[in-house]
Design a protein around this ligand. Sequence first.
Ligand SMILES: [Zn+2]
Length: 162
Amino acid sequence: MVASLRIGHGFDLHRLEPGHELVVGGLRLEHDRGCDAHSDGDVVYHAVTDAILGALAQQDIGQLFPDNDPKWKAADSRIFVEEAARRMRETGYAIGNLDVTVILQRPKLGPHKQTIRENLAGLLGCGLSQVNLKGKTHEQVDALGENRAIACHVVVLLVGVG
Ligand SMILES: [Zn+2]
């Protein structure tokens, strides 16, 4: 019997500006700028949420949590991932694996990768070996490379557990 599989993709980008905090994968990083966003601007949590919602064919993060709703102002983005994970379990799926790519010129992501993977595995109820995190610079090209933006791509595979 073939397992029930669903694949999803998520993408997110935020502007980086002085005077804001930089939160990546639930972790506050030391930096001279951060995300000017409605919530805490966590591109990893936003892209993971969208990847899971995409796999479930359940709309997207902007439809579930509108950015014109004051309720989500400065929100901790873990609530978005938790809601996506709840919907995943409710429909009888679990994480097969998750592959995350963060595009960021500075600061270096390397020292924080393990903690971010642990944050994601904890929120999604899966093992560390099912969560990969890659950091890329943008070779100093365009807004991403000029430290004016941060972006994230996520691919997720969900496995039916019903
Ligand atoms: Zn976002």
